[in-house]
Design a protein. Structure first.
Length: 382
């Protein structure tokens, strides 16, 4: 069982020594500080070890209430006590009423009462930690449920996207690349634990995603209208967004690719933008001959920049960014593929493979067991 420490703050050295002696029989770790600034330094280093804070009210510079207010914001599980003389009781009572302290202890201390107050405060701290742990577990269960439902929504969406070839394969590839076994996003906040509002939020989110994807992946008039034969260099230079400087390097043997020009430009623009991390930077694109399914001619375009690709802070692979998923959908619509470029666990960019003749590429199927792998990763989330 973890024994949590007590932090006592008082500008009088004698009071600090007296406090240590008073609680010596309780076998409690004790930290002391002679000012608010010193107390904050102790908390920055040992905050997770401290269960109870007792502070005097009147000190040079900042007061005890100033410290209590800061601790309430930054270390909310710590139980806060104020010790003060009878002449300052009004301030102590006001602090209680504002919720800044659990209790106040008057000076001079009754040692037995002081020890009792400390034990009660430590018990309150233990209960707070238990409550926080239970709440975190509850939020984690809800978060997993939300993410599983998002996987279901993406699968259903892919099955209904008849205007895009290989939509299910594209969604499977996106999830395989972006859903890891450790959660990278933020848990939902406790105040969001409302079934109906969560349901409404998720429905609106899914509808918004579908609308955005339909807008960005709508092909030309015919479903298989790959109507523009173009060199990879020209396609990249025409589609690169203004915020990026793009340098293209071609290896000998590159062939023109047949594309849906509108979709292909959208795809290249997205890959440049994402590879650059959204910043004004230079994106290097290496174009080289490749193969699909071992025999079909293709062009491989690798997009990288000095700035590693960064998913927005607080997102998981299921906080879907429409631009990101649409890139996968367009790549697979062309019979190609899209993969992250990794250096260890760090994503450096994207590798796009486009066939020379999209129409001859057979309809793709997701790799066997892909959905089970995604759900197994969600099971590992803490």
């Amino acid at each position: 069982m973890t024994i949590y420490a007590v932090l006592y703050v008082d500008d009088e050295e004698k009071a600090l020594k007296y406090f240590r002696r008073a609680v010596a029989d309780e076998a409690l770790p004790v930290y002391t500080a002679s000012s608010v600034a010193e107390a904050l330094e102790v908390l920055e280093v040992h905050g997770e070890e401290i269960g109870v804070l007792i502070t005097d009210q009147r000190m040079p510079g900042q007061t005890g209430v100033d410290l209590l207010r800061r601790v309430r914001e930054d270390w909310p599980e710590i139980v806060r006590l104020l010790t003060t003389a009878y002449s300052d009781l009004d301030e102590a009572i006001e602090a209680v009423n504002r919720g800044e302290i659990f209790r106040y202890i008057t000076k001079p201390w009754d040692i037995r009462q002081l020890r009792t107050e400390l034990q009660q405060a430590l018990e309150i701290h233990r209960l707070r930690l238990e409550r926080s742990l239970l709440m975190e577990e509850k939020l984690s269960v809800w978060q997993r449920l939300i993410e599983v439902n998002r996987v279901r929504d993406l699968v259903v969406m892919a099955g209904s996207f008849t205007h895009i070839r290989n939509a299910m394969t594209a969604v499977a590839a996106y999830l395989e690349a972006n859903v890891t076994a450790s959660y990278r996003g933020r848990l939902i906040a406790p105040e969001q634990l409302d079934l109906w509002s969560l349901t409404e939020t998720e429905i609106r989110r899914t509808l918004g995603l579908i609308e955005a994807l339909i807008h960005t992946t709508e092909p030309n008039e015919a479903r298989d209208a790959f109507d523009a034969q173009t060199s990879p260099r020209r396609l990249i230079e025409e589609a690169a967004p203004p915020v990026c400087q793009v340098r293209v390097q071609e290896v000998d043997g590159i062939q023109p690719v047949l594309v849906d020009r509108t979709l292909a430009r959208s795809l290249v623009a997205s890959l440049c933008h994402m590879s650059a991390g959204g910043d004004e930077t230079t994106v290097e694109v290496l174009c080289e001959p490749g193969r699909l399914y071992g025999e079909l001619a293709a062009t491989v375009m690798t997009f990288c920049s000095a700035s590693n690709y960064q998913a927005p802070e607080g997102t998981s692979g299921l906080d879907v960014i429409p631009e990101h998923l649409s890139a996968y959908l367009i790549a697979y619509h062309h019979g190609g593929s899209l993969q992250p470029v990794l250096d260890g666990s760090i994503q450096k960019g994207f590798r796009l493979t486009l066939p020379t003749e999209p129409a001859v590429v057979p309809a793709g199927q997701p790799a066997e067991g892909w959905l089970e792998r995604i759900l197994a990763r969600l099971e590992c989330w803490e």
